[in-house]
Design a protein around this ligand. Structure first.
Ligand code: WT7
Length: 637
């Protein structure tokens, strides 16, 4: 069993140990897992290459560590507690024993479709237990899963399938989101028109809606699993064999396929889960994220299941049938640890505290947030109304790339401070550097957040593009991993994340590249060029503001274009990427060399045009005046 820190002194001791001798620290942590063969060497690294390897020549299977090796896990203990979208539909409680059987059965199904070690399997599914089964079945046979969040469009899904050259796609007929039904299989059909690598598509029946099934390619899940046995030996994997790919946005238009490997990710997701949530056997843990994002991978599936936890999985949305849904679930299942995003808290806060009143939240012990900075108002609302001033809040900072939490309080152990992620976890060595890469030592400093030593959960490469991996994370500053975030270390040495310093925006806890949104807008037939920036938004954290230059106006005039541009982005990327504000402008502010001056556009979108800073490099100052005059104001700013 992974060891758990219990006291502040224990944290300080572990942290110091982990810095003084990281290899020994992680080797000790890794020893509590089941390895088919032990590693010869703990770590090999060079951030110039870059090359990072943990537990070299160690052999294992992560699902053996979830199922076979947990002597403390009774096969009758719940692994997944599933709450469907509709509170009137009966939920499911799936024990470790049942889950193991389903995983083996589906692993054999994948094998029968010709999937083997190293093959990529794309997964585009709603939040149903079979999604967890799908991930673990891939891991069982050594196939690399690539989950695509089911809110992405057909184009985005296709782009990810093509990049990974996935052989099989796992999906469902449709999905439920509150009162809405989403035609998942129709989106899949559109995507697959351009995906030559896909040989088979397995479809889980969730809504029962009429869908088309392509002869020879598409198979019903329930038919496919009937043909195979419920026993499937685990494939023996090398510690550094890829476990999964998860695409995320970067500052260019093309999504990056973050690659995580088996051994290091296992150790890191389990260690951080246990410590950050202070999980004890018997607790019920509820993370509201979707498995389509890294939070779901690490803290619904792998971390909790590796620790023998009971993980609640929720299919629906926080506001349906009413904004008290999360609290109904907490009451119904006596949830002990609750983990969500600040944006969800802000929207529930805005809908009124009456939705919390009368709900029994006394089971709660630990509250968590992730994905974006939490403002003090939301923090206090969470602390007072949900935690009733009893529950510590863990503001967990991390990234798709880091695999698990990096900076966070340990609840009840290290101090918390509203809007601060506070202190690094053991094994994590954050550094703050200025624009030139000079390390800023001591307290009360602000700059770029980097990490100067590897940790087991870090990404190893970008799928098919190791050079982009190097450029993105290791070229800004010598010999460190650059996170892309700005950070402040206060007078007490606590870290406060200030947000991205690159062209990435964070909309409702979802990362979006401004270039990605611009590419989508530029596909519009009446658009010449565009520039997208983020601005502060009271619910979403950041809103999307697009400045658009048109070739001509359609019959609908400006308003018509604004609407169709928003629709086009929702269609091309996904509904969550729909711009909040679209301003039609005669031109963009550029330098003489033709570079768009985003700094100026950001100021205008933020409503702070009185202070544009240095504009001497502008090619045409008049354009800026025109843009300022026509600027739009979001009431939610
Ligand atoms: C970016 C990573 C990690 C899972 C969800 C998002 C921002 C994340 C925090 C936090 C302030 C945060 C950062 C980071 N972020 N957690 N606690 N406080 N900002 O994963 O899509 O990979 O995005 O989210 O800007 O770089 P992601």
């Amino acid at each position: 069993m992974v060891n758990k820190i219990h006291t502040l002194g224990g944290y300080i001791h572990e942290y110091q140990k982990s810095i003084a001798n990281p290899e020994q620290f992680w080797a000790q942590t890794a020893e509590s897992f089941y390895w088919r063969a032990k590693w010869d060497k703990v770590l090999e690294w060079d951030f110039k290459g870059p090359n990072v390897k943990w537990f070299i020549n160690g052999k294992l299977n992560i699902t053996e560590n979830i199922f076979e090796n947990q002597l403390f896990v009774q096969k009758d203990v719940p692994a997944i507690i599933w709450e469907p979208n509709d509170p009137n539909e009966e939920g499911k409680i799936i024990t470790y024993g049942e889950l193991f059987e389903e995983v083996q059965r589906f692993a054999n199904t994948l094998k029968s479709l010709g999937v083997g070690k190293g093959d990529r399997v794309a997964i585009y599914m709603p939040m149903i237990p079979e999604l967890t089964v799908a991930l673990l079945a891939c891991a069982r046979i050594g196939a690399i899963h690539s989950v695509v969040f089911a809110g992405f469009s057909a184009t985005s899904l296709a782009e990810r399938i093509i990049d990974a050259e996935a052989k099989v796609l796992l999906t469902s007929d449709g999905s439920y989101r509150g009162l809405k039904k989403i035609p998942i299989k129709d989106i899949v059909d559109e995507a697959l028109e351009s995906c030559k690598s896909i040989e088979h598509c397995v479809v889980y029946k969730r809504t029962g809606d009429v869908i088309s099934m392509k002869e020879g390619r598409d198979i019903w899940w329930h038919d496919a699993i009937n043909e195979v046995s419920t026993q499937c030996e685990a494939e023996v994997m090398d510690a550094e064999d890829p476990l999964f790919i998860l695409y995320t946005s970067g500052s260019t238009g093309k999504p990056k396929g973050i690659v995580h490997t088996t051994g290091g990710y296992m150790v890191y997701s389990a260690y951080t889960f246990k410590n950050v949530f202070q999980y004890s056997i018997g607790d019920v843990y509820f993370c509201t994220a979707d498995i389509g994002w890294i939070t779901g991978h690490s803290y619904i599936v792998y971390g909790p299941l590796l620790c023998g936890a009971q993980a609640l999985m929720f299919e629906g949305v926080p506001t349906w049938p009413d904004p008290g849904r999360f609290w109904d679930i907490v009451e119904k299942y006596k949830v002990n640890q609750f983990y969500t995003a600040p944006t969800a808290l802000r929207s529930l806060l805005a809908l009124g505290a009456e939705h919390v009143e009368g709900k029994d939240l006394s089971s709660l012990k630990v509250l968590g947030t992730v994905g974006e900075p939490i403002n003090e108002e939301a923090w206090h609302w969470y602390h007072d109304h949900i935690g009733k001033n009893r529950c510590p809040i863990v503001d967990t900072w991390w990234q798709t790339e880091t695999g698990g939490v990096m900076i966070s309080p340990l609840p009840g152990i290290t101090p918390t401070k509203p809007s601060f992620a506070t202190l690094p976890l053991p094994g994590i060595q954050p550094v703050i550097v200025d624009g030139e890469g000079k390390e800023l030592l001591g307290n009360s400093v602000e700059g770029n957040l980097c990490v100067k030593y590897p940790w087991p959960g870090m990404l190893r490469t970008l799928w098919g593009d190791h050079e982009r991996f190097r450029k993105t994370y290791f070229s800004s500053f010598d010999d460190m991993y650059f996170t892309g975030d700005g950070v402040k270390r206060d007078e007490d040495g606590y870290y406060r994340i200030l947000g991205r310093v690159d062209d990435v925006i964070n909309v409702s806890g979802h990362r979006l590249g401004t270039a990605e949104v611009e590419n989508a807008i530029n596909e519009h037939p009446l658009v010449n060029e565009s520039a997208v920036v983020g601005y502060p938004h009271s619910i979403k954290g950041q809103g999307i503001y697009a400045f658009v230059v048109c070739t001509e106006f359609s019959t609908g005039g400006e308003e018509g274009i604004r609407t169709s541009v928003k629709k086009a982005v929702a269609k091309l990327i996904g509904p969550f990427a729909r711009p909040d504000m679209v301003q039609i402008v005669p031109g963009l502010p550029k330098t003489r060399s033709g570079k768009i001056m985003r700094r100026i556009l950001r100021k205008i979108a933020e409503g702070d045009a009185s202070n544009l800073g240095d504009t001497t490099t502008l090619l045409d100052e008049d354009i800026v005046e025109v843009i300022i005059k026509g600027a739009l104001v979001d009431v939610k700013r």
